[in-house]
Ligand binder design. Structure first.
Ligand SMILES: *[C@@H]1O[C@H](CO)[C@@H](O)[C@H](O)[C@H]1NC(C)=O
Ligand SMILES: *[C@@H]1O[C@H](CO)[C@@H](O)[C@H](O)[C@H]1NC(C)=O
Ligand SMILES: *[C@@H]1O[C@H](CO)[C@@H](O)[C@H](O)[C@H]1NC(C)=O
Ligand SMILES: *[C@@H]1O[C@H](CO)[C@@H](O)[C@H](O)[C@H]1NC(C)=O
Ligand SMILES: *[C@@H]1O[C@H](CO)[C@@H](O)[C@H](O)[C@H]1NC(C)=O
Ligand SMILES: *[C@@H]1O[C@H](CO)[C@@H](O)[C@H](O)[C@H]1NC(C)=O
Length: 925
């Protein structure tokens, strides 16, 4: 059906189109170091490293890693290629090790074998067996079996000592068919309570398994009681196991796929059985992480605090979780009366807000709970096990930030105890994904556009649906031969919440150009550059602070921030139509990642990572008719009716993808986005304002903009080509074809939009200019959703193979957007209308200046950055402390700050410094 316009030619290494260039196969090295402080534990780590173009042939390169004279076991794979087929990005895994070094040197050297077949000789290799019924991975410390059918995601977890410390791992889901309007109406409408278990549909293990094994489990939740109900909430579980490690990292992803009016999640968790048979109740231990390294340490049957003393050695041993002296040695006043001491089988911690948790226990079901204590922000880890038999700890990363979360220990006095980690705690209110308003009778486009005038919400009936949104969470599982020390569990709680990250140096990443040439290292060499660097730091820190001050936490919300501020109420406009959650408006994702690239700062990385995990999942549709589109900013992440590719823009996730060594969940999101162009045949983003009469038809020719739409599609295609994914040739064809077409439009990017054939992947002129006579349609939004980054990376990626005229088309857009009206008229016959966001576009001017080494133009870039709209030298750059009755809680506000400005000022500063630095100090002299 599709006729490729450009057929991929055989080239260097058989993968690209360019000719062999340089010293392929020569040796080179990159240093990686831990983000932040050196971690206390290395339980196995994956990281990404970029390589300059033309250096390494993927078929003839071996990667090794060392630190000083220590050789470390390494598994390597290629996550990205240059267009000539040389290695652009690698992913690497190192095994767990007690010897943790400050930094590691990754060396690429010539080899007879390919990157991926070069494997470690180590005795510590993982053992992986894959049979019809199950996959088993043995790390040397833990042996874990993953059944290929049924409801268990994990059958057993066994220690090296042969102890089964975990079994029957499974997902737990609870839901309700309705919710009461308020407490008075309880019981007045019939509400069904349903229970579901995981139903496995497919289990696979990666091909490379020397140091790291990735087991992927897919399935749905199947009703077990309270039903009938369709199987729903499809999940993907990615288990990462490392050689020599007693930890398992689980990336848990889930898609919401039911009508929100009838399906309210009340509990969502992962449960493991912990065998305790044969362990004395006084040797069974419960540990639950509290605040800042704190821990609840109790035994199922306590022998401390009793009226009679079993002896100090016994008490101390129990508190420390070690085997207590034989009971025959205890004071008999205690040993003869053990049967009178209750055993506490159940514990439950609920973190129902980001500010507090409660913790309770009971002897067993049917008896009252006893409140233990509470605290602010729980670490999110629970352990159950025996002093002799070992045990299991399970926890949720960012536990309190993702409230309502919970941890349950159950039946600890029986032969089989259980630990449940709740990603959504059943003690919380049901997850209510219904619309927040009833439609306000906005039945026509005219009404909807009129309403947009006042609340800025772009409403349309039926569009405020969560059907197809997703959420990804990280769970950690740790196994033990015996009950670990309190400090060990404390350390692991820290490890889980801030998993160690290895990263290359900013200067090295920049030099490879693997993430473009539009950013550079921080520059404080002049007063002016130091001042604007300080402003970037201010913006980052204020946003970090706002997340905390405004409690931008919660199961679905964590990672995002708000769009605009209400200076009267001293709050963000969380309840005003289109001003609520930011949903990547004007690309803050790009700013925060580029800010990380240049600074290498841990705080920036963690912030950007949380943002990426949120925006790519919750703000985007993963299934259904709008699969591939995201939702515009609003009061709920899915509420607005503007469903657009600018929000799902793959470029937002590209940095994390490569830096993380190819995070497989992000890779899957890239795959999902490869059919986004087909949505234009179903849903026209311009439907409410289109004046050219064009209507979408599935599978034929579709209309999209050359700015927000094409940049998202192009990014997806470029990433697929770079990754050499399954559809890379098709993606390359589409990219090349549309790039050629844009170059062939009389006015290039200035044309604004075009008609794209889904049948043959060619892009033609827009409906109003069928003969390509030249149409001028410039939008202030075109270049603020990733277009500059995508175009500049594409131009470099093609190199000499770039279709003719494209560079000029982009140069012209960059030059003329903010040129004088006279210049625009001279070039295009008309002056551009509705030009705004000059500060944002100053980086386009800087790009043009850089291309032609035009100092006059470079000065214009700085003028527009420092002296037009947006943030500037006259912005206060300070906060005001607010307290008392004017605010809910005391806080530091910056009423002059909004997220559009943060994103675009940040990007403009970074890119102008990279492209037009020389003119900064002289622009106005
Ligand atoms: C224990 O705390 C819970 C809230 O976590 C509360 O509902 C319950 O009433 C408390 N129990 C007692 C006896 O105060
Ligand atoms: C809804 O709007 C329509 C016209 O736009 C109007 O005729 C109708 O009365 C309105 N209904 C309500 C309940 O306000
Ligand atoms: C579009 O084309 C695809 C493949 O050619 C086909 O599977 C699908 O049914 C078509 N959809 C419509 C709405 O025609
Ligand atoms: C691609 O399809 C469009 C629309 O059907 C058509 O106008 C155009 O000529 C085709 N282009 C090529 C190169 O086949
Ligand atoms: C450099 O930019 C200035 C300002 O826009 C422009 O007038 C001039 O023609 C440009 N010079 C070149 C050589 O392109
Ligand atoms: C913030 O800066 C503005 C403008 O420079 C100044 O007027 C104001 O006093 C400053 N406020 C504080 C709290 O420093």
């Amino acid at each position: 059906m599709r006729t490729p316009v450009y057929i991929a030619l055989c080239g260097f290494f058989g993968l690209g189109t360019a000719s062999p260039t340089t010293n392929s196969g020569s040796s080179s090295a990159a240093t990686v170091h831990w983000l932040g402080d050196k971690p206390a534990h290395n339980l196995g780590t994956t990281f990404g490293v970029p390589w300059a173009q033309g250096q390494h042939d993927p078929k003839k390169t071996k990667f090794t890693v060392s630190s000083g004279s220590n050789q470390v076991d390494l598994q390597s794979w290629v996550t990205g290629y240059w267009s000539d087929g040389s290695v652009k990005w690698t992913g690497h895994a190192i095994a767990a090790s007690e010897n943790i070094l400050d930094e590691y040197t990754v060396t690429a050297s010539k080899s007879a074998a390919s990157v991926e077949s070069a494997s470690t000789n180590s005795k510590n290799k993982l053992k992986v067996t894959d049979t019809a019924k199950k996959i088993t991975v043995d790390t040397g410390k833990l042996k874990v079996s993953f059944p290929k059918s049924g409801s268990n995601i994990i059958d057993t977890i066994q220690t090296a000592g042969g102890k089964i410390i975990g079994q029957d791992g499974r997902l737990v889901l609870q839901s309700q068919s309705g919710v009461d309007s308020n407490s008075d109406s309880r019981g007045k409408q019939p509400i069904k309570n349903l229970n579901f278990a995981s139903k496995i549909e497919g289990v696979t293990v990666g091909k490379q398994n020397s140091v790291r094994a990735l087991v992927t489990v897919r399935g749905k939740h199947q009703v077990t009681s309270g039903g009938p109900h369709d199987d729903w909430l499809p999940f993907v579980l990615r288990f990462y196991l490392y050689s020599n490690s007693d930890a398992i990292r689980l990336v848990h992803s889930l898609v919401f796929d039911a009508p929100a009016e009838k399906n309210f999640i009340t509990g969502l968790g992962i449960r493991f059985g912990v065998p305790l048979k044969g362990e004395e109740l006084y040797n069974r231990h419960v540990r639950i992480a509290g605040v800042d390294g704190g821990l609840l340490s109790e035994a199922v049957k306590g022998i401390t605090g009793l009226r009679r003393d079993p002896g100090a050695a016994v008490r101390t041993a129990q508190y420390d979780g070690v085997v207590v002296p034989d009971i025959s040695t205890w004071d008999t006043r205690v040993s003869t009366r053990m049967k009178w001491i209750p055993a506490w089988g159940d514990y439950s911690l609920s973190q129902l807000s980001s500010d507090g948790f409660t913790l309770k226990k009971r002897t067993k079901a049917g008896q009252s709970w006893i409140n233990i204590s509470g605290g602010t922000r729980a670490g999110g880890l629970a352990y159950l096990g025996g002093a002799t038999q070992g045990g299991l700890a399970v926890g949720l990363r960012d536990f309190w930030k993702r409230y309502p979360s919970g941890l349950d220990i159950s039946n600890a006095a029986s032969d089989l105890g259980e630990i449940t980690v709740w990603l959504y705690d059943p003690a919380a209110e049901p997850l209510d994904l219904r619309p927040y308003h009833d439609g306000l009778n906005q039945t026509t486009y005219a009404d909807q556009l009129d309403a947009l005038e006042i609340t800025y919400e772009d409403y349309e009936p039926g569009f405020n649906t969560p059907y197809g949104i997703a959420r990804t969470s990280e769970v950690f599982i740790f196994g033990f031969e015996k009950t670990p020390s309190r400090d060990t569990l404390s350390d692991l709680t820290e490890h889980m919440n801030n998993p160690p990250v290895l990263t290359a140096e900013p200067a090295y990443i920049q030099k490879t150009k693997a993430l473009g040439s539009y950013w550079g290292l921080p520059d404080t060499t002049s007063a002016r550059s130091a001042e604007i660097e300080g402003h970037l730091d201010f913006l980052f820190k204020q946003y970090q602070k706002e997340v905390e001050q405004r409690r931008w936490y919660g199961f679905l919300n964590y990672g995002d921030f708000m769009h605009s501020y209400d200076t009267d109420r001293h709050t963000w406009r969380y309840d005003v139509g289109g001003y609520g959650w930011d949903n990547s408006e004007l690309s803050p994702d790009l700013f925060f990642w580029q800010y990380f690239l240049r600074t290498g700062r841990e705080d920036v990385y963690r912030f950007a990572e949380a943002l990426t995990r949120h925006t790519g999942e919750v703000d985007v549709y993963h299934i259904g008719d709008w699969k591939g589109l995201g939702t515009r900013h609003g009061v709920q992440h899915w509420a607005d009716s503007a469903k657009q590719a600018r929000i799902s823009q793959p470029q937002y996730r590209k940095y994390f993808y490569y830096l993380s060594g190819g995070d497989e969940r992000i890779g899957e999101l890239f795959d999902e986005l490869l059919d986004t162009e087909t949505t234009y045949g179903i849903l026209d983003p311009q439907r409410k304002v289109r004046k050219d009469g064009w209507v979408p038809t599935p599978n034929s020719t579709v209309a999209f903009s050359l700015g927000t739409d094409w940049s998202a599609l192009a990014s997806g295609w470029l990433i697929e080509w770079e990754r050499r994914g399954l559809r890379w040739e098709e993606a390359k064809t589409k990219l090349t074809s549309t790039i050629t077409s844009i170059a062939n439009l009389k006015y290039g990017f200035v044309t604004g939009s075009g008609l794209y054939s889904l049948q043959n992947s060619t892009l033609g002129p827009p409906p109003l200019d069928p003969d390509n006579k030249g149409l001028v349609d410039v939008s202030h939004l075109s270049a603020v959703f990733g277009l500059p980054e995508v175009v500049s990376e594409a131009i470099e990626y093609y190199g000499d193979d770039l279709p003719a005229g494209f560079k000029d088309a982009w140069y012209d857009y960059c030059y003329y957007y903010a040129a004088t009206g006279d210049e625009q008229v001279a070039r295009y016959g008309v002056k551009f209308k509705d030009i705004s966001l000059l500060q944002a576009h100053s980086r386009l001017t800087a790009y043009a200046a850089h291309q032609t080494s035009n100092t006059t133009l470079a000065k214009r870039a700085w003028r527009d950055l420092l002296n037009s709209d947006g943030l500037g030298p006259n912005t206060p750059w300070n906060t005001t402390h607010m307290s008392g009755s004017s605010v809910l809680v005391a806080l530091d506000e910056a009423p002059w700050l909004g997220s559009n400005d943060v994103a675009q000022y940040g990007l403009a500063v970074i890119q102008n410094l990279a492209l037009a630095r020389d003119a900064l100090d002289t622009w106005n002299s």
